[in-house]
Design a protein around this ligand. Structure first.
Ligand code: ATP
Length: 241
């Protein structure tokens, strides 16, 4: 069996100035696996997402995507190799319609004989609430609808691995649960997922494994259900509402 991970950070050190935010971080996501990345505010979760996706060049270490070291590649090259990041805050184009925002996700597949409209219909079918808002400017969508739109955009890339940075941010609890139910469906279909979320209970609920980051280092990693059953850990990190 091919046990090589789809995505791996090996000894990644990264930051923004003199003092690194991440120090020697090792993370691996196997094919079809869903991994939840947890940690308190400022632990470095978003920094790791940026380092994995080419938005931030690590000072040291390797980032392997489907076997290739992409640590020194720009974000568009990493995306072209099959990594889709749904960033924190979603980064939508507010004046474009939801439909056009979602279409943008297919940029790397244009000219490959992919029926973009059919793919769009398939992606949107997962989000009944979004389907009714496709022709609205993205900026007028609710937070939940924008998050679903950003996720649909990510799916349009047919990624090898999907990175989600705080998908529940700013969402009402019911909407967050709805979104995580969709993520669980994706996981069941074999989509490889790395998800960061403050609602760790939700994130661990859909994950196979959890990784706990503390001040830029991995301090714990293991089976998601085991971590979820650890009351002290849940109380300390999971930011329960
Ligand atoms: P949060 O949940 O608050 O986003 P996080 O775990 O994602 O937390 P990061 O956003 O990775 O944490 O931030 C880790 C550290 O890096 C923090 O001390 C933060 O202030 C710092 N940092 C983040 N972005 C920048 C930046 N663009 N320039 C300088 N420092 C930054």
């Amino acid at each position: 069996a091919d046990a090589a991970p789809v995505l791996a950070a090996q000894g990644v050190t990264a930051g923004y100035g003199a003092a690194p935010v991440l120090e020697g971080v090792d993370v691996a996501v196997g094919a079809g696996e869903c991994v939840a990345l947890l940690g308190a505010n400022g632990a470095g979760k978003s920094t790791l997402m940026r380092a994995l996706s080419g938005l931030l060049r690590p000072i040291g270490g390797r980032v392997l995507l489907a076997g290739a070291d992409v640590a020194r590649e720009p974000a568009h090259r990493v995306a072209a190799r099959g990594l889709a990041l749904v960033p924190e805050g979603r980064q939508v184009f507010p004046a474009l319609t939801a439909r056009d925002n979602i279409r943008l996700g297919a940029w790397r597949r244009r000219g490959l004989g992919v029926d973009v409209e059919a793919e769009l219909a398939r992606a949107v079918a997962r989000f009944p609430r979004l389907a009714r808002r496709l022709d609205s400017p993205a900026g007028l969508l609710s937070g939940g609808e924008q998050q679903m739109m950003a996720l649909a955009r990510g799916l349009m890339a047919d990624p090898r691995v999907l990175l989600l940075d705080e998908p529940s941010l700013g969402l009402a609890p019911g909407t967050a649960s709805e979104l995580f139910a969709i993520l669980a469906d994706l996981r069941d279909e074999g989509v490889t997922i790395l998800v960061v979320d403050q609602m760790a209970d939700l994130a661990l609920g859909i994950a196979d494994r959890g990784i706990l980051l503390e001040t830029g280092r991995v301090v714990r990693a293991g089976d998601a259900q085991a971590l979820r059953g650890d009351g002290a850990l849940v109380a300390a990190y999971l930011g329960h509402p």
